[in-house]
Write a protein that binds this ligand. Structure first.
Ligand SMILES: [Ca+2]
Ligand SMILES: [Ca+2]
Length: 364
């Protein structure tokens, strides 16, 4: 454990200076030791990836009772995406640019284990974590028995362990169980981008674009860090679930949760959305790029045509301010589409004129 703490201290130092100085090298370093791009699976070729996708037979969910998630109509507008005051320069948070978004529907909540179970039951979908046989979990959350069976670790982030048999229903491996542990109302995790796309298709929805996600996160506020403003704890209360205490050795759960929280906890934003910041990272449909043009107004941007990684947004219960200050609307990170981890989930969106008939919805 000594070496774990040592590397943790090195990472903390690097990331702290990234936060204060927005230094490019440091930001780049922080990515490798912090916000989980280290958990990418080995790179596959594009051909392999297409095979995986083509093999999936999508079945659109038509059962009234199957989609319990509520959606809210987000009225389109022009907003400022990104920031000219980036904290992680290498992440492409900058430059700020104007973006026009058409009205769309957004899930109020992250997709829960309860809903993901319905999808799996209906489609017999096998997640990529199950296909590969493992998924990444932070060591603090594992039983001694599970830890003792693991021989590999991630070089730059030794607390990430590949746990055999970890998947959405058994998030910390075979000796855990979301039903037995009372976590059916927690977000589904260990869901790859490909799995998330399959779920949204089944639900008659789609993943949000990064631009839609960030617009929804900002909830009508210009140039603010969080959905509710710039103060992390309004009225000294926690409004989102991140890592409090010291990373990685001490999680004091000051916000009420050391790991995931039920999807309905914490205040909703002015747009009526919950846990956009914190709890679990959320996949978007965009391929990753750090190049953005600030000179034009982008119309419903969908990101690059191709790439190797997909964009995820919002940060998670594992993000600490000194270490991975990415629980901001402008912040972003990435993983390959087949990657999965215990702090990565998703929610779905839908076009305004394509709302599935079985979804409960309300307009702003
Ligand atoms: Ca927490
Ligand atoms: Ca979230």
């Amino acid at each position: 454990m000594g070496s774990v703490f040592l590397i943790g201290i090195v990472c903390q130092t690097l990331c702290s200076s990234a936060v204060s100085g927005a230094d490019e090298k440091c930001s780049s370093e922080s990515d490798s030791c912090g916000c989980s791009s280290a958990i990418n699976r080995e790179r596959k070729t594009e051909d392999d990836r297409e095979d995986v996708n083509e093999a999936r037979q999508f079945k659109v969910n038509t059962d009234e009772a199957s989609a319990t998630n509520r959606m809210i109509l987000i009225e389109g507008d022009v907003y400022t995406m990104g920031t000219d005051m980036p904290i992680f320069v290498a992440d492409g948070e900058a430059p700020a640019r104007r973006v026009q978004i058409s009205s769309f529907y957004m899930d109020v909540h992250e997709v829960s284990n309860e809903d993901f179970k319905k999808f799996v039951k209906d489609t017999e979908h096998k997640t990529e974590a199950e296909t590969f046989g493992d998924s990444f979990v932070m060591d603090n959350y594992l039983s001694e028995e599970t830890k003792s069976a693991i021989t590999q670790a991630v070089k730059d982030a030794p607390w990430w362990l590949p746990v055999k048999g970890a998947y959405w229903a058994k998030p910390e491996g075979p000796d855990s169980d979301v039903e037995v542990d009372g976590r059916m109302d927690h977000p589904a995790v260990h869901v790859s981008w490909n799995d998330a796309v399959a779920y949204c298709k089944w639900a008659g929805k789609r993943l949000p674009t990064e631009a839609e996600w960030e617009f929804a996160c900002r909830a009508g506020k210009e140039d603010r860090l969080y959905p509710w403003g710039n103060k992390w704890m309004p009225k000294e209360e926690a409004w989102a679930n991140i890592w409090t205490g010291k990373f990685p050795e001490d999680n004091d759960a000051q916000d009420g949760y050391a790991a995931t929280n039920p999807i309905d906890k914490f205040p909703e934003s002015a747009f009526g959305l919950k846990n956009m910041i914190g709890n679990v990272w959320e996949w978007t449909s965009d391929w990753w790029t750090i190049r953005h043009n600030p000179l034009v107004v982008h119309q419903n941007p969908k990101g690059p045509e191709s790439g190797t990684d997909k964009v995820k947004k919002g940060g998670s219960y594992m993000c600490h301010k000194d270490y991975c200050y990415r629980y901001r609307c402008a912040a972003r990170s990435q993983n390959t589409p087949d990657s999965s981890a215990s702090n990565l989930g998703f929610r779905c969106a839908a076009d305004k004129d394509k709302l599935p008939p079985n979804v409960r919805h309300e307009e702003l």
